[in-house]
Write a protein that binds this ligand. Structure first.
Ligand code: SAH
Ligand code: SF4
Length: 354
């Protein structure tokens, strides 16, 4: 006798499927009417039910098909840390006991949820803690969406302020796991579920040009953010190995072609590192590089969470960067560090306890 006979049937993760794909799967494999997907979505994503048997507008026999064949995923909450500034960091344990993090970031006027897209990151940017881990694996769609639902569970449980924005700026390079990130974004966009408009979601990339093109052609609705971080190939290569494959000229040419909706802008993140990319010449080159692209620059003072040999410029230099970019006709904001007392700063995520 083979041991396989005793193995229970592997259930499908329902959080893996955008609504249309779920409807197709239901009809093709389970002889369930496609509109059942429309009924399921609010139960799963709005009221966050975990039990199909409670979804009372769906007939009992159909509920049984769901219970037998599908699982509704939640990551295990290993830690929830509160920051003094009102932000929260969540450490999740996945089924293979990998850890990932999400951060609920409290700003003055809004709350933003920062999501992870991979366990670790292959891009190995020199200034980034996640980069030091290397890539362990991609997250599945249900593990990306699972972060969003599990944070909403925690918000309900602790009566916290809800988030209105979602950014893919946690662990990982979203466009290196692009199919799953696109599917997750479609689920976030869905009017039957979370109903986040494209303005409320931002996908941040180190500059994977093929992924940028695929994202632009996809149905997913989200803002695009580019981690630029330098204004010459030489410096960018030293900070971000991805620049060897996609140098600035290639990246900027792709961005000029990107199908931006009316009144929308591409965000350029610029991690300001003392003595590396913070000169006046950098300011001038940045203004030139972005000419003609509807853009906003997000100046991010380098966060020295872990010693990687870099330093943060002085407050004067940071403020002067903003002033000079504004003077050069760019839209520029400074992202002062959040949640740094709990190592929670977005883009600074690495499971420290490992
Ligand atoms: N991999 C994607 C998204 C995650 S990183 C990307 O690189 O865009 C999110 C942001 O955090 C990026 O803009 C990155 O440049 C920034 N970041 C990484 N390490 C940082 C550090 N030590 N200090 C400040 N920002 C950092
Ligand atoms: Fe990866 Fe982004 Fe960190 Fe670079 S900055 S190593 S792409 S997570």
């Amino acid at each position: 006798m083979t041991p396989f006979l005793f193995m229970s049937k592997q259930k499908l993760e329902i959080l893996d499927y955008p609504r249309k794909a779920l409807a197709a799967l239901l009809t093709e494999q389970f002889e369930v009417e496609p509109f059942r997907a429309n009924q399921l979505f609010p139960w799963i994503y709005r009221s966050r039910h975990l039990d199909f048997s409670q979804m009372t507008d769906i007939s009992k026999s159909v509920r049984e098909v769901f219970s037998e064949n599908f699982n509704i995923y939640r990551p295990k909450r290993a830690q929830m840390l509160a920051s003094k500034d009102g932000s929260y960091k969540f450490l999740w344990e996945l089924d293979d006991s990998s850890n990932i993090e999400s951060v609920l970031i409290k700003q003055s006027k809004r709350v933003t949820l920062c999501l992870s897209s991979q366990v670790g990151c292959a891009m190995r940017c020199a200034f980034c803690v996640t980069g030091t881990l290397g890539l362990k694996r991609d997250l599945q769609v249900h593990e990306i969406i699972g972060q969003v639902i599990a944070v909403r569970d925690a918000i309900a449980e602790h009566e916290l302020e809800d988030f209105g924005n979602i950014v893919f700026m946690g662990m990982g390079e979203p466009l290196h796991n692009i199919d799953n990130v696109i599917a997750a974004t479609e689920i976030l966009n869905d009017e039957y579920g979370f109903n986040f408009s494209g303005r409320k979601i931002t996908i941040s990339t180190s500059g994977l040009v093929n992924g940028i093109r695929q994202l632009g052609q996809s149905k997913a609705k989200a803002n695009l953010a580019i981690s630029l971080n330098a204004t010459t190939d030489e410096v960018r290569k030293s900070l971000m190995p991805v620049n060897k494959r996609y140098p600035l000229e290639v990246l900027m040419a792709e961005l000029r072609r990107y199908p931006l909706k009316a009144h929308r802008r591409i965000t350029f993140e610029y991690v300001l590192i003392k003595g590396v990319n913070d000169s006046r010449d950098d300011q001038k080159r940045l203004i030139k590089l972005l000419r003609g692209i509807p853009s906003k620059v997000n100046i991010i003072p380098y966060n020295p969470g872990v010693d990687l040999g870099y330093e943060t410029p002085s407050r004067e230099v940071i403020v002067q960067w903003q002033e000079n970019l504004l003077g050069g006709g760019l839209n520029a904001t400074i992202r002062w560090s959040k949640a740094d007392d709990i190592n929670g700063a977005c883009g600074q995520l690495a499971a420290k306890h490992k």
